[in-house]
Design a protein around this ligand. Structure first.
Ligand code: SF4
Length: 255
């Protein structure tokens, strides 16, 4: 079956990229072969009846929980989302339509972290649903991952005006929301999409062009920095390195 996971429903010529496995990649050119990527009292008994087994003098009482059940990650994420939607910690909330908290499987093994919402994301309240998001969906599909089985979030939850890079102060203000998402989801792998995300997780000195494709550790979570899908839309030559980086993510997850 012909498989063109990254190429068929491009919204523009700029996105008309062929994201099948690069023809010169190892393996099977044009195919995705790597990813195919309980005591009752003893009742009185007749004298002649066999003596019943004596009840223990002090049988253990049934265990009763001492504390209330701990809400699962999904419920805690829902509560966190409800809190975040009312956030006004930084000025970005004054110019956006709403907080884009993130979405996906609360128990995802992969957490994708982008920079911030764009216009379509601000309009819909969902992360990565614009042109870059559609490309991200195809990248995921190409390595055998479905959007529904990952979790997608951003460094800042409100759209910066004009899609500008969020300032260090804005990133710092929004950091507690992301930190709590990471804590609750507890992914095996995090993919930092773009420089802002990688710098927030791995340090301000990181350069995405040098760090992409290498594994880092963040509190025992494997971290893969790579280019933001929007960077591929601007510069199609970045598609191959992103492809290679996501193949490493798939390999790290195993089958
Ligand atoms: S960007 Fe983050 S910190 Fe700033 S208002 Fe939005 S949710 Fe709050």
């Amino acid at each position: 079956m012909k498989h063109q996971p990254w190429g068929e429903s491009q919204p523009s010529d700029q996105m008309a990229l062929d994201f099948t496995q690069p023809a010169d990649a190892p393996g099977h050119p044009g195919q995705l072969s790597l990813w195919d990527v309980g005591l009752g009292r003893v009742a009185s008994a007749p004298i002649s009846a066999p003596a019943p087994a004596p009840a223990p003098a002090s049988a253990p009482a049934p265990a009763t929980p001492v504390t209330a059940p701990v809400p699962d990650a999904s419920a805690q994420l829902d509560a966190l989302r409800a809190d975040a939607l009312g956030c006004h910690r930084c000025g970005l909330r004054d110019t956006c339509k709403g907080v884009v908290f993130g979405e996906g499987d609360p128990r995802a093994r992969v957490l994708l972290i982008g920079e911030g919402p764009g216009q379509v994301e601000d309009d819909t309240g969902r992360p990565f649903v614009g042109a870059a998001g559609q490309l991200l969906d195809r990248i995921l599909e190409a390595v055998g991952l479905r959007r529904e089985e990952v979790y997608i979030a951003n460094v800042v939850k409100c759209r910066p005006p004009g899609n500008r890079i969020p300032t260090p102060a804005e990133r710092a203000a929004c950091r507690p929301w992301l930190d709590r998402q990471i804590e609750l989801i507890a992914p095996a792998v995090m993919v930092c999409l773009g420089a802002s995300s990688a710098q927030v997780i791995l340090g301000d000195e990181l350069r995405i062009t040098q760090a992409r494709g290498r594994w880092f550790d963040y509190n025992e979570i494997k971290v893969m920095p790579t280019f933001h899908p929007a960077a591929i839309l601007r510069d199609p030559s970045k598609r191959r390195p992103v492809w290679e980086d996501f193949k490493k993510v798939k390999e790290a997850l195993g089958s």
